[in-house]
Design a protein. Structure first.
Lengths: 515, 687
């Protein structure tokens, strides 16, 4: 296959998944899916290797879906018939917590499986503890759906439907979103079959081999230009409750084979809180960190991910073991790239960025209006500053590695009796340096109510600000204030009617010595 | 009826297009270079040329004078606006810098964002507060505004944007600010967010308001000068201005709302497409406008272009969505694809042939322009494949440099390990794939099944590539209208006077407060009538169309519906019924147990439709049918002159049909017919 023919066929595969991702996002009920595009949609070959993926979502989802595809295709080999649809939310098989449900549909052509369409989306509810890190083990966190058939030969698995319906708090929304996933899998499959017939392909085996081998070769080639050796990076940050987490990454480059191995040995052990990260999710953010610095233009697929290996001690906070609680795994997971960036700084300083605020601060509020009617907000979030780049300052109020949008103030004020006092950049919070880190934000609010209310806020980096790199200074640490007093609590807080809350999100680290 | 002459002028980045139309459908067109120093110079030169062709004087222009212009977009991209200040609620000064916090490109940590239009040093917090329930917690202190006005004057500010929290619900505080500013500094231009974009979401509303304030000092004198010169030339009617929503409106209303004029030229192209849908009796089609740097596509449904509530200008990072400034005003919903005649072909690091989004533009342009362009482009490929004629480009006015195109294509071919023809054929196919893929995603995002949709092709490169794109989209037909190179200007002439208004109204449908509904619609109706009065439309000719955006509670995407005036019946179930039916038509299911939420009300005030009398066809001229080798399908192919085609003539593919500004390509699997209405329509042979 030459570079012209392959480009035409390959771009068609990407077009199929992009179209399905748009369809999913359009009809999703889950606010985080629509507002932040927190979904993944991908096409797999008959071996379960990810061939093409839509450019949406967060690294945690898309790279975890790649892993789920391999597992599901292997586990159900020779047990699938036309019309089957697989489902699971197993955290260790897919994206690391129960909220993320993966739907995986075989694509048949002439009575033979030629590939799979898969999608993962963050659902509105999954029963159990709900949003937050407070469950004591994974079982308290909600409904666990092992890999199984949601549809068998086109017929709905009614028992499974009943189990889901009776175990989630928002069955209408969950089933609406599941229906969207099933339908996008079916349409994507139809598009792939039509594509094959139009191009007179019996299957996509050869095409997939080309896509994967070229992507893998290009990745290995860019790795081969790096020096051989092992580089170390370490990142420390505090999580709600004040615990300090340490992540250590040893990045070993083998330019001859074109391999990179990241080893998290020496990182913190499991946490009692629901912030433990499964291997898939650690792998997802690790490969993301490497790819975003090394070759961000390359498409994401099995081949471009294959040369990057990730290992972590079993039972550590970045390789969670059963039955560790996992619900708020993003609180730690979003810091996974930081030690890797520090290691890479020693070999490709121009392409890395300094530490930033890491995880977005998430907030949920519950209470009663003055007339007594209850309200529960959906989860909303705020970013700190991004770390400085080698030749550009860090953007303010933007997060890396995630980058989800914030809900507008007016939307929040319309949905519940919250009144914002302030939302401005936190001047001087970005770390100084040759390039400055991005500024964090100051967000202040109170509630218009005469009733006590519950605040479930998950801040991070309250003790130490994000470090600078190459002589750049650290960004300012975050501050979480109630009535002017510092708070460091990992649990839901009961608030009084007149309490005023202020979040000061961290600034990004600076890059290089200030001259 | 008295015969009337109407004229349209569309000022684009390179050319100023003029279309003069007689009420019997006769058209006279002209194209002249855009005069960037003084746009009106090119405007009137083009007008005089067209009038000269028809042999009439300016005083004979007794119909409408319609204008579309890029002046606002240019001012934004070049940051040529005046010194502008932003006034916001105290505590929220960084609304333009914080944006929506979205890192719009996941993998690339080097991305950049558009610089805020108004810097922090010119952003001022005001002690005031309106709450989400529309109550005023803190009123504006006029004394504070008076003191601020002095500061603004001292800083050389000429225009002020005011965007206060929750002003979409209650504009009292914004109006108080405006009144105090006007009293203290009467010369200041003042734009209120509650006037230009009264919709929930503070960042896009502030961005829209800032853009309006930034450009209003430019457009006001420009449109004023236009009106005065037209009067001086003896033109009877006041000019009408094309809006991005696809309506046209009087110059006075337009000059207060420059933000509504952005992208008005492309919007006019979509309007022309819907006029052809009407003429041809097609309910739906997709317009496909391919020019030098980009291609634009727009869906026409029920013979009208789809309209969106928001878009972006000045995308600073590789045209990526999220890297520009958002606008929340009604706009024709178009997708712009980085694929045009000047798009550069190259080999990427995976060994794949890529086309665009980098473009050689018009200077130096494609290698075959002979102006020093070193990179092979789509136009070079078209030339080498035989689709374009080196001797006959722009009617022979521009000689193309074939050897230059060959040399650059040979070089790319060597990189790819193949020959010149294979490379050029690859470019021809890949550019079609790129456009088809973008069109598919755009349609799916809007819940539209693109398969079978007819394409309407225009722009310099559109007719060359339309059938190739149509094959990939399974289009039932591809339509090549006459005067394709000035279709946008033509579109403005066949558009009724129209203003589209939107107001936020978040709430459950079954819990509507009908007194609020009355006052929202009454305000919009008054605004619509005032604007149409100014455009010279009789009240008896004004039609009001009522609509709303609704969704199921918990969803993000709204469905826009239309219905009869809801105020007399006051029955939310009627609106709900229309919504449920429209939702079902789009998605095939109704989650009927979920409550319905209303997001905004819409009102369109429009004048009478313009008749669809087609252009009278010129008599076919005598021209020989030549033949040339076309490397796409590797065979000698007949070459027709469009001006020589007789109505009803069937042209089996493969065939080439040349006109002055473009070339129509009919591949072997297609069959074309020259219609009596002037269109050429190609259909797949097997269909």
């Amino acid at each position: 296959m030459d570079g012209i023919e392959l480009e035409i066929l390959w771009s068609n595969l990407i077009s199929i998944v992009s179209e399905q991702a748009k369809a999913l996002q359009r009809i999703a009920f889950s606010p985080i899916v629509r507002e932040a595009g927190d979904l993944a949609s991908a096409l797999f070959d008959e071996k379960g290797r990810m061939v093409a993926q839509a450019t949406t979502g967060t690294p945690g989802h898309i790279n975890s879906l790649a892993a789920a595809g391999l597992t599901l295709a292997a586990r159900f080999a020779n047990r699938l018939v036309e019309g089957d649809v697989l489902i699971t939310n197993d955290p260790w098989i897919s994206a690391g917590h129960f909220f993320d449900i993966t739907v995986f549909s075989p694509i048949f052509m002439d009575a033979r499986i030629i590939g799979y369409m898969g999608s993962t989306i963050h659902h509105t509810d999954i029963g159990g503890y709900g949003i937050g890190a407070g469950a004591r083990d994974v079982h308290e966190e909600g409904l666990w759906i092992p890999p199984c058939k949601l549809y068998e030969a086109g017929v709905a698995n009614t028992l499974l439907h009943d189990i889901v319906r009776t175990n989630v708090r928002t069955p209408d929304h969950v089933f609406g979103d599941l229906a969207a996933q099933v339908s996008s899998g079916r349409t994507g499959g139809e598009r792939l079959v039509a594509f094959c017939r139009r191009n007179k392909l019996a299957d996509i085996a050869e095409l997939s081999e080309q896509v994967i081998s070229r992507s893998e070769a290009a990745t290995r080639k860019s790795i081969s230009l790096l020096p051989a050796g092992t580089w170390h990076g370490e990142s420390r940050f505090d999580v709600p409750g004040g615990t300090i987490i340490t992540l250590k990454a040893a990045v070993t480059v083998d330019p001859e084979k074109g391999d990179i191995t990241i080893d998290f040995a020496g990182s913190s052990g499991a946490s009692a809180a629901g912030i433990n990260v499964v291997m898939n999710y650690t792998h997802a953010y690790s490969t993301f960190a490497i790819r975003s610095c090394l070759n961000p233009d390359l498409p994401n697929n099995f081949g471009s991910l294959a040369p990057i290996h990730v290992v972590a001690p079993e039972g550590s906070i970045v390789n969670a073991a059963y039955p560790s609680p996992l619900n708020a795994r993003h609180v730690v997971g979003m810091f996974v790239p930081m030690p890797i960036l520090k290691a890479l700084h020693q070999i490709i300083p121009d392409r890395v960025l300094a530490e930033g605020s890491g995880a977005v601060w998430t907030v949920q509020i519950q209470g009663r209006r003055t007339d007594g009617t209850p309200y529960t907000s959906s989860m909303f979030n705020y970013s700190g500053g991004m770390g400085a780049r080698a030749n550009k300052p860090g953007p303010s109020a933007v997060c890396y590695p995630t980058g989800v949008a914030a809900v507008p103030i007016e939307i929040l004020e319309a949905a519940m009796p919250i009144v914002f006092d302030r939302r401005e950049l936190r001047e001087g919070s970005g770390g100084r340096g040759r390039m400055r880190g991005g500024e964090g934000q100051v967000i202040g609010f109170h509630m218009r109510t005469d009733q006590p209310w519950l605040l479930n806020a998950v801040p991070s980096r309250l003790d130490e600000g994000p470090e600078g790199i190459g002589g750049g200074e650290a960004g300012a640490a975050g501050r979480f204030l109630v009535n002017g007093r510092n708070v460091s609590e990992g649990r839901k807080l009961t608030m009084q009617p007149n309490d005023r809350v202020v979040f000061e999100t961290p600034g990004g680290g600076g890059y290089g010595k200030e001259t | 009826m008295q015969p009337t002459w109407s004229i349209a002028v569309d000022i684009g980045g390179t050319f100023t297009d003029v279309v003069l139309r007689h009420s019997d459908g006769t058209l006279f067109v002209d194209k002249t270079l855009t005069t960037h120093e003084d746009l009106l110079e090119g405007f009137f030169r083009g007008v005089h040329l067209a009038l000269g062709r028809a042999g009439i004087k300016p005083t004979d222009l007794n119909g409408s004078v319609v204008h579309a212009t890029t002046i606002v977009t240019n001012a934004l991209i070049e940051r040529k606006g005046s010194t502008t200040a932003l006034l916001v609620t105290e505590g929220f000064r960084d609304v333009l810098s914080i944006r929506n916090e979205h890192r719009y490109e996941m993998f690339d940590p080097q991305i950049e964002f558009a610089e805020p239009l108004i810097p922090r040093a010119l952003t001022f917090g005001i002690h005031e507060r309106t709450l989400a329930d529309a109550s005023i917690e803190t009123s504006v202190d006029p004394e504070e505004i008076r003191r601020l006005a002095a500061v603004l004057i001292e800083k050389g500010v000429v225009s002020v944007a005011v965007c206060l929290l929750n002003s979409y619900r209650n504009s009292t505080n914004e109006r108080a600010v405006a009144a105090a500013l006007k009293a203290a500094a009467p010369a200041l231009h003042v734009t209120l967010s509650s006037d230009v974009a009264p919709q929930i979401r503070e960042y896009p509303r502030a961005s829209t308001t800032a853009i309006n304030a930034y450009t209003v000092p430019i457009t006001a004198p420009y449109l004023d000068g236009l009106a005065r010169r037209l009067t001086a030339e003896g033109v009877a009617n006041r000019p009408l201005i094309m809006l991005s929503s696809g309506g046209v409106i009087g110059a006075v209303v337009a000059s207060r709302n420059p933000v509504r004029m952005i992208e008005s030229g492309p919007a006019a192209g979509a309007l022309a497409a819907s006029w052809y849908a009407e003429l041809l009796g097609l309910d739906r089609l997709m317009s496909f406008d391919m020019g030098g740097t980009t291609a634009k596509a727009c869906l026409i449904e029920n013979r009208r272009p789809l309209v969106t509530g928001s878009f972006e200008v000045d995308r600073v990072w590789r045209f990526t969505e999220g890297s520009g400034m958002p606008l929340t005003i009604p706009s024709v919903d178009m997708i712009e694809i980085g694929a045009g005649g000047g798009s550069i072909a190259s080999q990427d690091n995976l060994g794949l042939l890529k086309v665009g989004p980098r473009s050689a533009g018009s200077n130096p342009g494609p290698a075959c322009y002979g102006r020093g362009g070193q990179n092979p482009t789509v136009t070079d490929a078209d030339l080498l494949l035989g689709l374009l004629d080196a001797e006959n480009f722009l009617g022979g006015d521009m000689q193309l440099d074939l050897p230059a195109a060959q040399a650059t294509m040979d070089r790319l071919g060597r990189e790819l390990g193949t020959d010149r023809d294979t490379t050029a054929r690859g470019i021809y196919r890949i550019v079609a794939e790129t456009m088809a893929a973008a069109a598919r995603t755009h349609a799916t995002d809007r819940g539209v099944d693109y398969r079978g949709l007819p394409l309407l092709a225009f722009g310099g490169a559109g007719p060359v590539h339309a059938c190739a794109v149509g094959e990939l989209l399974q289009s039932a037909q591809v339509i090549f209208p006459p005067q394709a190179s000035v279709l946008s200007a033509f579109g403005t002439l066949v558009t009724p006077v129209r203003l589209d208004l939107v107001r936020s109204a978040v709430g459950r449908l079954e819990a509507l407060n009908w007194n609020d509904v009355d006052s929202v619609f009454n305000a919009m109706i008054a605004e619509g009538h005032a604007a149409l009065d100014e455009a010279g439309i009789n009240r008896s000719d004004v039609t009001l169309e009522f609509g709303a955006d609704l969704r199921y509670f918990g969803q993000q995407n709204e469905v826009t519906i239309e219905f009869a005036d809801p105020r007399p019946a006051r029955d939310w179930r009627r609106i709900g019924g229309v919504f449920e039916a429209a939702y079902h038509a789009q998605y095939g299911v109704n989650p009927s147990h979920v409550p319905v939420e209303i997001v905004s009300w819409r009102l369109t005030a429009r004048g009478r439709d313009v008749s669809v009398a087609g252009a009278a066809l010129a008599e076919p001229v005598e021209a020989p049918i030549r033949s040339r080798y076309i490397a796409v399908w590797e065979t000698d192919t007949p070459v027709y002159q469009r001006s020589a085609l007789t109505p009803g003539l069937g042209i089996p593919g493969p065939a080439i049909i040349e006109e002055r500004e473009t070339t129509i390509v009919i591949p072997p699997a297609w069959h074309a017919i020259s219609e009596a209405n002037g269109c050429i329509i190609a259909t797949p042979k097997e269909a």
